[in-house]
Design a protein around this ligand. Structure first.
Ligand code: G6P
Length: 488
């Protein structure tokens, strides 16, 4: 049966594992995008989620026709998939949007890059074709993230009747970073997304950067963008596309928040209590600075550790009084630069411990094994949360911690995080590159009077829960549906 609501994302709500006896077990997919979307779709039982087969076990599931209701997995040629996912999405687009290139050496846009780009186009096309096949007349399609930036335009050509949204869970690149892309690629990317009726970002900052990229660009030939006040005190930013098709795309911010009730229920489960007791014992009565991240270059884990080291150097009164829990779960280990970064995090944690540890005090406690219940326990325990990404689309950890904190938590927050836009008034904000400023902020956070910490945490939790996933999804769906009749 054709679907009225479709979602497309590289990663699906589940992934398969092949047991030794050849049976396939379905497991929940990982990451922030998946948990946000899964929560949102819980109230859209008719929706179809189209995703890629990520592993051999997923491909085997597709071949055997194993599937779960509401999910369609695409078995894309593994070499094409690898080039699109690792070669372009993770190595070029992710780096561009987060400003991660080591400029003297990268990026290099040569023939090999252009071959990988062809794979990216083909991989996007596979999604566009599947969506075109599955969508009912006039259906709403919400396409997710930089992996699928070309889908809106490709799908628009195949199925002009559809209402299409695209949402970026990442930042949008600064002009300097975006300008490094070859002109034709940059234009293809912008036009790809402008195939949507509504182009969504987590913040107005990213939305405005996107619009500026469209506006200033000769290569794209995009003309006449203009801003107008939208309903509910929002700004709706429009890009009018001139010939051959007069068309409008609204560029809108939908700042994803957390579902307070759900999260508190999860954080109150017995397995979380158990882990909390274990962490508390480990902290041994010390104050705690907590971070929970993927070991991701953009999360700035290494500078976070450097700032903690500087805290112990510059404010020696904290020695023996504070521990830093670093939960840094492995990510994208197919890429050498991520393996190197993960190794550096481990080395630096050891260096700090070697320098400062005493018989009964270890300053850094590093965990690399992903354990959601333990993360929630750490959220509850934290006196201070360190969220210092160089760039981050939103950073939901910054919103989750105040919601479940037991006794209030001071938030040290980088201005590179999307969450900065909403949370800055009640956070201690830092330049993510400034180790000394971050060390000072950690000191201030540890020294914050309890009543102030509690009051700030309460306000942070209020803001963090103002657009929970279901409402976030609903408002996009409503905007996309509404966008249809005015198409020119
Ligand atoms: C994080 C980002 C998303 C991105 C996802 C991909 O959740 O916020 O923007 O889509 O990572 O991660 P993956 O592990 O699937 O490459």
């Amino acid at each position: 049966m054709a679907s009225q609501v479709l979602v497309a994302a590289n990663r699906g709500p589940l992934t398969y594992a092949l047991a030794p006896d050849g049976t396939l077990d379905a497991r929940r997919g990982g990451g922030g995008l998946v948990s946000g979307l899964s929560a949102a779709l819980a109230e859209q039982p008719e929706a179809l989620w189209i995703c890629a087969a990520l592993s051999d076990a997923d491909r085997e599931a597709v071949r055997r026709g194993v599937s779960e209701p509401g999910v369609r997995m695409l078995d894309i040629d593994p070499a094409v998939y690898h080039d699109a996912y690792n070669g372009i999405a993770n190595s070029v687009l992710w780096f561009t949007h987060h400003g991660l290139f080591d400029i003297p050496r990268e990026p290099v846009f040569d023939t090999a890059f252009r071959h990988r780009w062809d794979s990216y186009v083909a991989y996007n096309r596979a999604f566009a074709e599947a969506l075109a096949e599955e969508a009912a007349e006039g259906a709403a399609v919400l396409v997710q993230d930089y992996h699928l930036a070309l889908v809106p335009n490709q799908l628009r050509t195949l199925r002009p009747d559809l209402r299409i949204g695209h949402f970026s869970h990442t930042p949008w690149a600064s002009a300097d970073q975006l300008d490094m892309l070859p002109d034709e690629i940059r234009a293809e990317l912008l036009w790809g997304m402008l195939g949507a009726d509504v182009v969504g970002f987590h913040t107005w900052g990213w939305a405005n950067r996107f619009l500026a990229a469209c506006h200033l660009d000769d290569a794209t030939g995009i003309a006449d963008p203009h801003f107008s006040a939208g309903p509910q005190e929002r700004y709706v930013t429009q890009v009018r596309r001139s010939a051959p098709r007069h068309k409008r795309a609204d560029v809108v911010a939908y700042p994803l928040g957390v579902d307070g009730e759900d999260l508190r229920a999860l954080a109150g489960r017995p397995e979380v209590d158990e882990r909390l007791a274990a962490l508390r014992a480990e902290a041994g009565g010390c104050r705690t600075i907590v971070r929970v991240d993927r070991t991701e270059l953009s999360k700035n884990v290494v500078r976070g550790l450097l700032a903690f080291r500087e805290l112990l150097e510059v404010y020696p009164q904290w020695r023996g009084q504070v521990v830093h829990f670093v939960f840094a779960y492995p990510s994208r280990q197919d890429l050498q630069v991520y393996r190197d970064y993960t190794a550096r995090v481990g080395e630096l944690a050891e260096e700090i411990n070697a320098e400062f540890a005493t018989e009964d005090w270890h300053p850094v406690h590093l965990y690399v094994k992903d354990d959601f219940a333990r993360s929630l326990a750490a959220y509850r325990l934290a006196d201070v949360a360190l969220i210092n990404p160089v760039a981050d689309g939103m950073n939901l950890v910054a919103k989750e911690i105040p919601v479940v904190s037991d006794a209030g938590c001071a938030l040290v927050l980088s201005r590179g995080a999307g969450a900065y836009e909403e949370l800055r008034a009640d956070a201690l904000t830092v330049n993510p590159y400034d180790i000394s400023e971050t060390a000072d902020a950690l000191h201030d956070a540890l020294s914050m009077p309890e009543e102030e910490r509690t009051a700030r945490t309460r306000r942070l939790a209020e803001k963090a829960t103002s657009l929970p996933p279901a409402a976030w999804f609903r408002s996009q769906l409503a905007d996309v549906r509404e966008s249809g009749p005015r198409r020119g």
